[in-house]
Design a protein around this ligand. Structure first.
Ligand code: ACO
Length: 324
């Protein structure tokens, strides 16, 4: 059976660092509150770069790591909810910017912070059909564009970033073992961003209407439950136990959500990859950015079992299990 082997990872976080102390000057908050409630110390924010720019940088670094030419890529799937344009898709821009072949399929999927795992699920299924051989999967978001920088409930949580992987169709035991994606639209009001385009004179809407809205407490509880369930689902599907996992790479939203997920599974803290202190919540960029760091830090070795889990607006939640 064909499997999707991750043969290269890459990422890009904008160089501009915004520390918690910088936010103290913008809203009524403190480094102590942000650190103790979320684990975040600083985040990266774009300064002129666009979604397409940072997605392209992450894609190029993943291609380089994989030793794959853009001409070999036959599918591009991007998870994002902050594209530069409504259309063309971010995937189409990446296709053109990296110099991939004309005519290959390229499209975005919208699942907020679960976006990368949704994109991975889609690309994996295309590869398993045997039709596609080399896929580029990207998670990218610039939440700095949609958050209200006057709202302390949300502006302290997010950052900008992108990550990418190259998938190759291979036979054997290594590669993506399973992916699991879920949604429950009944909870849409816990996290949403109205479209700025609806602010026509007829609708009498102001720019504030297009900022992200969040019910943090409600989301927190759902996140802990769904992340735990998604992890367990991936383990059960593959007949594995938490002790078989070499590394859990969770969506980097809040240290307390990550710890609660780890405790539910019985995973020791040293087997959970955490970098949200440096980047905050980069939405769809979060998991592939963390994966790329973990790979570069030598924390992922051939044969390791890696578990990914995410939740996000929609609501959506997802997991994936990979034998590296
Ligand atoms: N600085 C100081 N005080 C603050 C801040 C801040 N930045 N933000 C909120 N507060 C205050 C509140 O106003 C409240 O004050 P009050 O008691 O006087 O009313 C107090 O702190 C406690 O607020 P809570 O909301 O109860 O704080 P909580 O411990 O739940 O933490 C948080 C809030 C961090 C938002 C948490 O609920 C959380 O992380 N939820 C999940 C959010 C999330 O992950 N969103 C992303 C989803 S993924 C995606 O798709 C993008």
């Amino acid at each position: 059976m064909m499997r999707s082997l991750i043969i290269g990872t890459g990422s890009h976080a904008p160089p501009r660092v915004i520390k918690n102390q910088d936010l103290e000057r913008i809203v009524d908050t403190s480094d102590e509150w942000i650190t103790s409630r979320t684990g975040i110390k600083e985040r990266r924010i774009v300064d002129g770069e666009t979604t397409n720019d940072i997605a392209t940088k992450a894609a190029k670094s993943a291609l380089k790591a994989a030793g794959v030419s853009p001409k070999e890529i036959d599918l591009i799937v991007v998870g994002t909810v902050t594209p530069e344009m409504l259309f063309p898709s971010t995937a189409c821009f990446v296709q053109s910017h990296i110099g991939a072949n004309r005519g290959i399929p390229a499209f975005d999927v919208s699942a907020a912070c679960s976006g990368f795992l949704y994109a991975l699920d889609v690309a994996d299924k295309y590869i398993r059909t045997g039709i596609h051989k080399k896929a580029l999967v990207i998670g990218v978001d610039l939440f700095s564009k949609i958050i209200d920088w006057k709202d302390r409930n949300t502006c302290v949580l997010f950052g900008d970033g992108a990550g990418a992987v190259v998938l190759s169709a291979e036979k054997g035991k290594r590669g993506i073992l399973s992916t699991h994606i879920h949604a429950d639209g009944h909870y849409w009001k816990t996290l949403y961003t109205p479209l700025a385009i609806c602010s026509s004179p007829l609708h009498h809407k102001t720019p504030e209407h297009s900022y992200m809205k969040m019910q943090g407490n409600e989301l927190f509880k759902i996140a802990v439950r769904t992340m735990g369930e998604a992890c367990q689902e991936a383990l059960d599907r593959n007949g594995l136990k938490a002790g078989d996992i070499s590394l859990l790479i969770p969506h980097q939203a809040n240290m307390r959500i990550i710890k609660a997920t780890g405790e539910r599974l019985g995973m020791p803290e040293e087997k959970i990859y955490i970098n949200l202190d440096k980047y905050g919540n980069t939405s769809a960029g979060s998991i592939p950015l963390a994966l790329d760091e973990a790979v570069k830090n030598g924390m992922v070795k051939s044969g390791d079992i890696i578990l990914f889990a995410a939740f996000g607006g929609g609501l959506t939640w997802a997991s994936a299990l990979v034998r590296w």
